[in-house]
Design a protein around this ligand. Sequence first.
Ligand code: UDP
Length: 480
Amino acid sequence: MAKANTPHIAIIPSPGMGHLIPFVELAKRLVEHDCFTVTLIISSESSPSKAQRSVLNSLPSSIASVFLPPADLSDVPSTARIETRVMLTMTRSNPALRELFGSLSTKKRLPAVLVVDMFGTDAFDVAVDFHVSPYIFYASNANVLSLFLHLPKLDETVSCEFRYLTEPVEIPGCVPITGKDFLETVQDRNDDAYKLLLHNTKRYKEAKGILVNSFVDLEPNAIKALQEPAPDKPPVYPIGPLVNTSSSDVNVENKSECLDWLDNQPFGSVLYISFGSGGTLTFEQFNELALGLAESEKRFIWVIRSPSGVASSSYFNPHSQTDPFSFLPIGFLDRTKEKGLVVRSWAPQVQILAHPSTCGFLTHCGWNSTLESIVNGVPLIAWPLFAEQKMNALLLVEDVGAALRIHAGGDGIVRREEVVRVVKGLMEGEEGKAIGNKMKELKQGVVRVLGDDGFSTKSFSELLLKWKDHQREINQETSH
Ligand code: UDP
């Protein structure tokens, strides 16, 4: 509950675990250290998934959460991209948000600040009408944020699909990137997802500031360039890495099974394999990965979901409707029972990455997964699937040197031999050692930036000071 003089911040993530988790961490950071009051506003197109409910149930009582009524997407075809569904959910939740702000205003509990997601800038209309200061929390990295900020200009100056550009696109401070490596959402400029994203990025300039979940040791040049003042670019605050580190994790279904199993493995011997909260593989790919893991003869924990032709098919609900074990190759479990643990749908990732038996992470390069690995100094194998994951992989492999890239063949399938090559490369090769050393360096960088005088701490403090001043101004105005 908002107390009279305590700065009150409202935050509104977009649907999907990958956005809910960092927003919850932001909320926790605000209430823990700085006596802010936080209201977490949840929008959706249906009732929350089991995984979402378990995150929300783990919130401290100091964080209020409000569920907006589900947005009506009945006119949206089932073939629409997830980004389209996400952005429409946010926009169509505006009337309910307006009603909520109206009722908070009557009770004199309006927030001073509204922090929206990268896909939720239409909520600025509500914020501005109620004199609430609009901010964005960009729960991905500075390179992708830079592309988002450049998208309106690219849209004006490039007439073809970006993937047909012959030269890499140079954005200040960023890894030069070819159009075909741009995030999936912008690969078809006639698709609604592109149009909605462009619309959102055009509104970024209306924000009073953009918080980005990255840190200076990881992306020094992109962050420096983002912090150069420029017209139409709000101040950027690198406040990361903001990750869930708490041992009292949410969804505990498989927790003790995984952690007990890890306790019984040798130090630094286990590869963790997961494609995030919603990534899925095709049946053929699932099979090749299984056979590659078995052939590598390395220890592993693999989080599996039932195969699907659409890589993001579990985005809104990580739990498979069918039993994913039934898709494993015949004999796989027997063949790997001494060395591998296969887990259904969801694992206690943060604890697995922090466990001393874990020595590597084969990941889809979702930004939370990447940061959670960095915080624990765990080297990566990059296997991007959808959204901005290819861009994250490029950053991690080409620029940072914190990941080995797995390669698909001409048919788009990563074959079992390639799985064996990268798994062994990471776990016993020279390249793997170099990546491990880079990760150790980054882990130390995390400690530095989050220390009392650290870059991210200072950036966050600067922002909080602004928010406190803003709340004070509001209090003075309302007391007159
Ligand atoms: N996660 C987890 N257990 C799982 C899969 C995912 O705890 O089995 C968490 C993971 O720790 C991370 C988030 O879900 O915080 C996934 O976010 P990310 O940005 O990596 O990928 P996304 O799910 O958005 O694709």
